[in-house]
Design a protein around this ligand. Structure first.
Ligand code: DGY
Length: 332
């Protein structure tokens, strides 16, 4: 049986590459930059499988350029860059990397929350600029985290991991999710459901963990920001377009809200005009899952999914479209 031919669109941890290479032939765009779209489409022409990341749009145009494509594994839990319906229509299996990045992402949401609340980055800049001349009771005052109220928007795996950490900070934990969890699970986590507007009014810290779809696009817009406390801190490690970034710049600039911690951007990797000039925002380049351990696990999981579908001809562990995988494998 011929070995499957795979396109890998970025450099990935060695362990994942070694695993994939045992079973498949690999062509790789091995750069620390996004693959140019025309090259991506060209390289896909003779490929059975694709290991991509979230900057590659897998849409109808992609599929048209890839007549042999049977499986797509994204190096991410989010798959809003993939047209899953179009893949289904072509009987292409889609896989993602759920679970392995939950705790790492929750840790990072907390890093942003703490850094924004306690002005860690401003303090760092202050030191490096040689501005620290004497201890001052009024210098770089932030706000307390312990005992405050945290509002978690999206109560899936990552939102729940954030809640477990919040319990250690003695916080009141409120959440909003399109699907309310069972009361016994709410009790187990010690969380209280709120409608979104109520959550925005009540929370001192608001952290976003919902998926990006039509319902959550600009969920945090000017109106939503206007409901928040002037002391509120907003954290986004989910997807940029959930926040209207221009409205956020206005709200931060006018001190309508106190601060923000952002890992994702509406037009990533670009930022809305004015954002980088503000001192009350902590900015990170989409690092929430960026620990060596987690990125290795994500790579291995994505590689194994492709191997399972294309070489082992078996159901992958993390299919996004299991019904399509079933049909594809039945025909293999
Ligand atoms: C994801 O997995 O969706 C993140 O955005 C990258 O880790």
């Amino acid at each position: 049986m011929a070995r499957p031919n795979i396109l890998v669109t970025r450099s990935i941890p060695d362990e994942a590459k070694r695993l994939l290479a045992k079973h498949c032939d690999i062509e790789q765009y091995d750069k620390h930059a996004a693959i140019p779209r025309p090259l991506f489409l060209k390289m896909l022409k003779d490929k059975d499988g694709l290991l991509c990341i979230l900057t590659e749009k897998v849409n109808q145009e992609t599929l048209d350029a890839a007549p042999r494509l049977k499986a797509v594994a994204t190096y991410s839990v989010g798959y809003d860059h993939i047209d899953v319906k179009a893949c289904g229509a072509r009987k292409i299996a889609v896989m993602n990397t759920p679970g392995v990045l939950t705790e790492t992402t929750a840790d990072f949401a907390w890093s942003l929350l703490m850094a924004a609340a306690r002005r860690v980055v401003e303090g760092d800049r202050f030191m490096r600029a040689g501005k620290y001349k004497a201890w001052d009771p009024m210098m770089l005052l932030g706000c307390d985290v312990f005992g405050k109220t945290i509002g978690i928007v999206g109560f899936g795996r990552i939102g729940q991991a954030v809640a477990r950490r919040a319990a250690g900070f003695g916080m009141k934990i409120i959440y909003f999710d399109a699907q309310r969890i069972f009361p016994e699970v709410e009790r187990e986590f010690g969380v209280h459901f709120r409608e979104l507007k109520d959550l925005l009014r009540e929370a001192d810290f608001i952290t976003l963990h919902c998926v990006l779809d039509a319902a959550t696009h600009h969920l945090i817009d000017e109106d939503a920001l206007s409901l928040m406390k002037p002391s509120a801190v907003l954290v986004n490690t989910a997807r940029g377009p959930i926040v209207d970034e221009r409205a956020l710049v206005k709200a931060l600039k006018s001190k309508r809200i106190a601060a923000a911690g952002l890992d994702v951007y509406e037009l990533e990797p670009k930022m809305a005009s004015g954002l980088s000039k503000l001192s009350n925002v902590v900015l990170a380049p989409h690092l929430a899952s960026a620990s060596l351990e987690t990125r290795t696990k994500m790579g291995v999981m994505a590689a194994q999914g492709l191997i399972d579908v294309l070489a082992n001809k078996k159901m992958p562990a993390h299919p996004v479209n299991p019904e399509v995988c079933q049909v594809l494998l039945a025909e293999a």
